[in-house]
Structures are given as C-alpha cells and as structure tokens.
Design a binder for this molecule. Structure first.
Ligand SMILES: C[S@@+](CC[C@H](N)C(=O)[O-])C[C@H]1O[C@@H](n2cnc3c(N)ncnc32)[C@H](O)[C@@H]1O
Length: 248
C-alpha cells in the first residue's frame, strides 16, 4: 500500500467517498457554472477523484481531462458508467502534469488544501497558469477556516444524525503550520464503525489571492457557492475565479 503524501487521501477515502458525497444539487450547479465558463473549450480538473463532477461534465459533451494521484480513487472512477474513458494523468496536481492549454482549470471540494505546504500550493498556481489559455479561468472551491474547519483548537461537528447512522467530523487546527488534522467518525446502527482521516493545509482567501498574483493571475469573481451567491463575512466556503493578469 503506497504511503506517499499525495495518495494518502485516496487510501483513506476511496471506499466511502461516493456514499458520503452523493451527487446533489451542488453538483448540478457546479457543472452548469464550469460549462458556462469553458464556453465550449477544454476543462482540466485537479484531483478528479471518483468523477463526481467529471462524469456529468463529460456526459454534457465537455472535453474534460483529470489529474489524480490515487490509484484507488481512479479505480472507482473507472468502475463507473461514463468514467471508463475520461482521460486522466496519474500524478501530483502540484506539477499539473497535463498536455496543452485549457479554457478552464478547476480544483473543487477544498482539494487544493491536500497540498500540505505553502510552497506546493504556490507551485500549483504557477503550473496552472502555464496551462491556461490566454482568456482562460482557474476556479478554486475551498472552505473558509472557521466553524467546521478550525484554524486553531479542536471542534466536533455533526455531519449526519439519523436513526441509522451518527457521523461526526472531528478536527484540530494548528495556526503555526496552518494544518488541520481531522477524522470523520461514523457509527452505524448495524454496528459498523469507521474512522476516516485527512490532513489539510488551509489558507484564507486573501492568501490564495496572493498565490494567484505570484502566478500572474488575478481574482475575477468570488462567490459563496456555484450558484454565484455573494461571498460574505459568514460564508463557510468560496468559489474563486482567477484569470490571467492584464486580460481586462
Ligand atoms: C476531496 S477529493 C475531491 C474529488 C473530486 N474533485 C470531487 O470534487 O468529488 C480530493 C481528490 O484529490 C486527490 N488528491 C489529493 N492530493 C493530490 C495530489 N497532490 N495530486 C493529485 N491528486 C490529489 C485525492 O486522491 C482525491 O481523489
């Protein structure tokens, strides 16, 4: 079993990812927003995972390419209808190992924070910038550190509380390293107990904007969700859209 940093997420999450992140209205909104931004052009997804977004994009006629570090997540993608033929490069999204340029590059579901150092996150922005068409967009969906994802201290947040399952998100943030170590603990009535860990390096939106500037990108829009709702002081997540500096 590989224990390199970039495939750790998939080792822990591949069996539960699709059950715990079902296709819902947010997926429909994300797909619509990304299609509109791409305007018929090619899309690249960093950390494509099990294809939650890539499969519906591909079904809608979008030319989508993925980058994925985990063989486990990739095998789930390949087992799904519509996931067999999506082109995927196995590698580290820090390096953006893909050919050519894209109308849209995106990284959803706080996947950028799987890169555990500021240096790797900056490298990712720089490499994305090289793969964008001149009028292309880089779209980043991330949580804002806070209630569920504490910048410091520990927090327990219920995720699912039904008669059949109690699922808790237990997280601890370290403001020195900007890392959050968390475990999702699921106890099901049928007796199954699961603990699924993840470690992330968080950044506030302002730090991401600076990383973008280092990569010659500038913020064009920031929404609190894929439906373009305004981003406010209480938003728990953001969808930020960057484009090359100097393009208007
Ligand atoms: C939170 S999941 C998101 C999956 C998919 N993008 C979605 O929205 O459903 C993060 C994905 O990124 C992959 N990943 C984590 N670190 C990576 C890295 N350094 N390079 C490439 N993929 C990575 C994981 O294996 C996992 O498939």
């Amino acid at each position: 079993m590989p224990d390199d940093e970039e495939s750790r997420y998939g080792e822990a999450w591949h069996e539960v990812y699709d059950t715990w992140h079902p296709v819902d209205g947010r997926v429909v909104s994300a797909v619509a927003a990304l299609r509109k931004l791409a305007d018929g052009g090619r899309i690249l997804e960093l950390g494509v995972g099990t294809g939650r977004l890539a499969i519906p994009l591909s079904r809608g006629g979008v030319q989508i390419h993925g980058i994925e570090a985990s063989a486990r997540m990739l095998s789930v993608l390949r087992s799904k209808a519509g996931g067999e033929n999506i082109p995927v490069t196995v590698g580290n999204m820090r390096d953006v190992p893909a050919d050519g340029r894209f109308a849209v590059v995106f990284v959803a579901a706080s996947t950028l924070f799987c890169l555990l150092t500021q240096e790797d996150q900056v490298r990712c922005f720089e490499n994305v910038s090289r793969h964008l068409e001149d009028d292309g967009h880089f779209v980043v969906e991330c949580f804002v550190p806070g209630r569920e994802h504490p910048a410091e201290g520990s927090r327990v947040v219920p995720w699912v509380l039904t008669g059949a399952e109690c699922r808790l998100h237990i997280a601890e943030g370290d403001p020195v390293t900007q890392r959050i170590r968390s475990s999702t603990l699921s106890v099901a009535q049928k007796g199954a107990v699961r603990i699924v860990p993840v470690e992330l390096r968080y950044a506030w939106p302002a730090e991401l904007d600076l990383m973008a500037r280092l990569a010659s990108l500038q913020l064009r829009w920031r929404w609190s969700n894929w439906d373009r709702a305004p981003f406010t002081a209480v938003s728990g997540q953001h969808v930020s859209v960057y484009r090359k500096a100097g393009t208007g």
